[in-house]
Design a protein around this ligand. Structure first.
Ligand code: GAL
Length: 853
């Protein structure tokens, strides 16, 4: 067959064709996939992705978060799309401010990163009602997430709305935009099995509906083994190296590599050691995975009443590489950045071929990617949770720490080991600001006139809470009365009667004749609970007012939309002369929400609708159901701000009318007995904060503040002293580093090969404080065999006496400093023939010019 060679074409035409081709490629890029990877413009890519949910931060934080992600080696930003914030009532849309999805995706584009849009529209995500609008539950005949016409119609409508918005802004990669991937549904696999054939029909429908939107980029379904072609099924979990897609021509994608875990009020904080996370990613990549998304890369804050649940905290920090406030969490961020760099060095080999796996010992393996064109990358893994192992690979010795992978982008030199953390650890601190709260004023949520007939419903029996409130408020009053005859024995020295309230969730405060008598709570695992307590009744009519509180609607579980909330009974009195009195079926009056909510007390406009009292004059600081207000000026500087709520109980916070979220200072119960990075991670493994309030600090975004006179309103359910509330700023308190000296017999990354000769670089400790800070003192320094971890280092048997002097000389007064870990740097060898380390903790303090802040 005759082919036209390029050389035969006129030169100008050739140039024009090239130029056109280039333009076409630039504007109409393609995203495809094969068994190895996602292909962007025909090129297989290893991609690192990070979840940043746009409504969990403020638009003025987005750029900084996304650029920090880029700097951390992230290629793709993933976000869910949260239906309930965008369509708060049917047909009324909101894409403003924190909900400005287009602006968020364009910020990703501006940073030169790709986007993965997980439309859901079911998202789970510890988000109120899993992302579904509550009105959806009341669409006649609806049944969620199954082969149900009303549901499918609504889901299709929202999906098409979002895809349409993205298309009209040319945000798909196929249009020259950043979106390379989209998700439909979320972890449907388990549900599908429960729903049987209807579930299967729904999955097929969802896939077809998604494909028909014509985005020009691939769709994924996570945790759905039956995802129909061409949808790619993907893995979520702490580890995903066991995972294989359902067809040999689909790439291996990890949509949720859990970087930590969420918290619930009353529970401890879960941390995931970065050594284990890096190990998990290493395992996934070595076996052929090509796309990893960290869930979360920045967790952020569940502002307002967006937290799901029940009982998900307002903080959604997640122990992510960027903390709730958007600050870099070290060593997590830095160690992952190094990991990404090391893996990217192997990219060509990884995407070109399949690994050859060999055994290096009982629990050790080598995965080698070697191509015909001469690329070679190796991953040496040690799955042993206890022991370091010296292995032989390609005729060389390598030392593999427990539960770790070494990465050799040239099959020779180790550039990274998942268990060896070279980057510094930062200890964050909450520092007082010089901000004074102006005087506090209080307003009592007067409950004496609760059933005065205004805005109430009266009926026989107990009503389900969300049916009544439609989630317009967390609060629903259940009010009834009971008549007590004067001859009742408890009135004459007998035992007080007991009130029993059976609730389906989530919390209840019991008021008898206007006085708080007690409270009870469910948990996230079992939202149902029973209140049992003695109550003080008097002869005559007694008013029983039960304030039922929803603490975030269920976001996960089979048909969770049908789960009940509120007091469904029985409600009964025990210990009366007649025995038990069941109150469940008598007349109950309901009031949705608080009076203060109806009067808009939290907003600058509603604030003057009531008479406030100077809090200094309120004698009982523990008065429940009280609104508190004050004003404050914004502190200078740009450190993130938070409210310290330790002196308060449970309630909600607003600043300048914007809702910060729910607070609750209930102490965390659980087991906080230390943690080893080695061995399979599960959330209960590495917990901290037991005995402390689960969440003491509440993020106050700087962009919500004006320079002066910011209105702070707090609604307290239980009682607390508002004068103890203070504004604090978050910054790096100290930085630590812990680096081993070079081991002459083991090949590691301190040796670089230049042709045949090798150059030795001693390992170094790098310390750096934040912008506007400098190292003010060395809290700890030891070159030798120091013990402990950042914050509680101790000298070991071997210690170089020069340790402090060397560190002080190199670091004090500087923002960053570097110190070599070698005998020569410390004068002499403090203990010959012992492998030494340098551990340092340096204190970061504001530089003088910044101190005013
Ligand atoms: C996953 C789910 C996410 C999130 C996560 C836990 O199963 O897909 O949306 O809920 O669990 O944080």
């Amino acid at each position: 067959m005759e082919t036209t060679s390029v050389s035969k074409l006129p030169f100008a035409f050739f140039c024009l064709a090239l130029w056109l081709g280039y333009q076409l490629q630039r504007v109409h890029c393609t995203v495809a996939y094969d068994r190895k990877a996602i292909l962007i413009n025909g090129q297989r890519r290893i991609l690192f992705s990070g979840s940043i949910h746009y409504p969990r931060s403020t638009p003025d934080m987005w750029e900084d978060l996304i650029f920090k992600a880029k700097e951390g080696g992230i290629d793709v930003i993933e976000t869910y799309v949260f239906w309930n914030i965008h369509e708060p009532s049917q047909g009324n849309y909101n894409f403003e401010g924190r909900y400005d999805l287009v602006r968020f995706v364009k910020t990703v584009q501006k940073a030169g990163l790709y986007a993965h849009l997980r439309i859901g529209p079911y998202v789970c995500a510890e988000w109120n009602f899993g992302g579904f609008p509550v009105w959806l539950k009341y669409v006649p005949g609806i049944s969620f997430r199954t082969d149900n016409e009303p549901f499918k119609k609504a889901m299709k409508g929202f999906t098409e709305k979002i895809v349409g918005m993205m298309k009209s802004e040319s945000l798909y990669e196929s249009q020259g935009g950043p979106i390379i991937l989209s998700q439909i549904e979320n972890e449907y696999g388990g549900q599908s099995k429960l729903f049987g054939p209807a579930g299967q029909k729904y999955v097929n429908w969802a896939a077809k509906m998604a494909i028909e939107t014509g985005t020009g980029v691939p769709w994924v379904m996570c945790k759905e083994d039956d995802a129909p072609d061409p949808v790619i099924n993907t893995c979520n979990g702490f580890y995903c190296d066991y995972f294989t897609p359902n067809k040999p021509y689909k790439p291996t994608i990890w949509t949720e590599a859990w970087s930590g875990w969420f918290t619930e009020f009353g529970g401890p904080i879960h941390e995931r050691p970065v050594q284990d996370l890096a190990f998990a990613v290493g395992r996934f990549i070595q076996k052929g995975g090509s796309f990893v998304n960290y869930y979360m890369y920045h967790g952020g804050t569940n502002f307002g009443r967006t937290a799901g649940g029940p009982f998900i905290t307002t903080s959604y920090d997640y122990d992510a590489p960027l903390d709730e406030y958007g600050l870099i969490r070290q060593p997590k961020y830095g160690h992952l950045k190094e990991l990404h760099k090391a893996i990217k060095m192997c990219e060509r080999a990884l995407v070109s071929t399949d690994p050859v796996v060999t055994s290096l010992g009982n629990f050790q393996q080598a995965h080698v990617y070697s191509t015909e064109s001469g690329d070679c990358a190796a991953f040496l893994a040690n799955y042993d949770t206890k022991s370091s192992v010296r292995v032989m690979f390609n005729n060389m010795h390598y030392n593999l720490p427990p539960w770790s992978i070494s990465i050799l982008p040239d099959c020779r030199n180790v550039v990274f080991n998942t268990a060896k953390v070279g980057v510094q650890t930062s200890q964050m601190q909450m520092l007082p600001t010089n901000t004074r709260m102006f005087s506090w004023e209080s307003f009592d949520e007067d409950i004496s006139s609760l059933d005065d007939g205004s805005a109430t419903i009266t009926t026989s029996g107990l009503l389900e809470q969300i049916n009544v409130t439609r989630d317009s408020s967390d609060y629903l009053w259940y009010i009834t009365s009971v008549d007590i005859g004067s001859s009742e024995s408890f009135l004459h020295g007998g035992k007080l009667p007991t009130l029993i309230v059976q609730s389906t969730g989530h919390a209840v405060h019991v008021f008898i004749n206007g006085q708080l008598s007690g409270s009870a709570y469910g948990t996230r695992e079992d939202r149902r609970f029973r209140y049992t307590g003695p109550i003080n009744l008097r002869a005559g009519t007694n008013k029983i007012a039960l304030l039922s509180v929803a603490v975030g609607l269920q976001n996960v579980g089979g048909h969770f939309e049908t789960w009940n909330t509120g007091i469904l009974g029985p409600v009964a009195l025990r210990g009366l002369d007649q025995g038990k009195l069941d109150l469940s079926w008598q007349k109950w009056t309901y009031q949705v929400g608080l009076k203060g909510e109806a009067m808009n007390l939290a907003s600058p406009n509603g604030i003057s609708s009531v008479e406030w009292m100077d809090s200094a004059l309120v004698l009982d600081k523990n008065q429940p159901l009280t609104w508190h207000k004050t004003y404050f000026d914004t502190p200078a500087g740009d450190e993130p701000l938070a409210l310290d709520m330790e002196g308060m109980g449970k309630g909600q916070i607003w600043i300048n009318g914007l809702s910060i979220g729910r607070y609750w200072t209930a102490p965390a119960t659980g087991n906080c007995n230390g943690c080893s990075y080695a061995g399979s991670f599960r959330p209960p493994k590495c917990q901290v904060g037991c005995g402390q309030p689960t969440q003491r600090w509440y993020h106050v975004p700087r962009s919500w503040l004006k320079p002066n006179h910011n209105l702070l309103v707090v609604f307290e359910e239980l009682g607390g002293d508002p004068s103890r509330i203070s504004l604090v700023k978050r910054s790096v308190g100290s930085v630590c580093a812990d680096v081993s000296e070079y081991h002459p017999n083991i090949r590691n990354w301190h040796i670089e090969s230049f042709g045949k000769s090798e150059v030795f670089h001693p390992p170094k400790v790098h310390l750096h404080c934040s912008l506007g800070q400098a190292i003010s003192s060395i809290k700890f320094a030891s070159f030798g065999t120091p013990l402990g971890t950042c914050g509680n280092y101790e000298q070991g048997v071997c210690h170089s006496p020069a340790s402090y002097a060397i560190l002080e000389k190199k670091c004090i007064g500087k923002r960053r400093c570097t110190v070599s870990v070698s005998n020569s740097n410390f004068g002499h060898d403090p203990c010959p023939n012992v492998l030494k380390r340098l551990s340092v903790e340096a204190v970061c303090a504001p530089t003088t010019s910044n101190r005013r802040g």
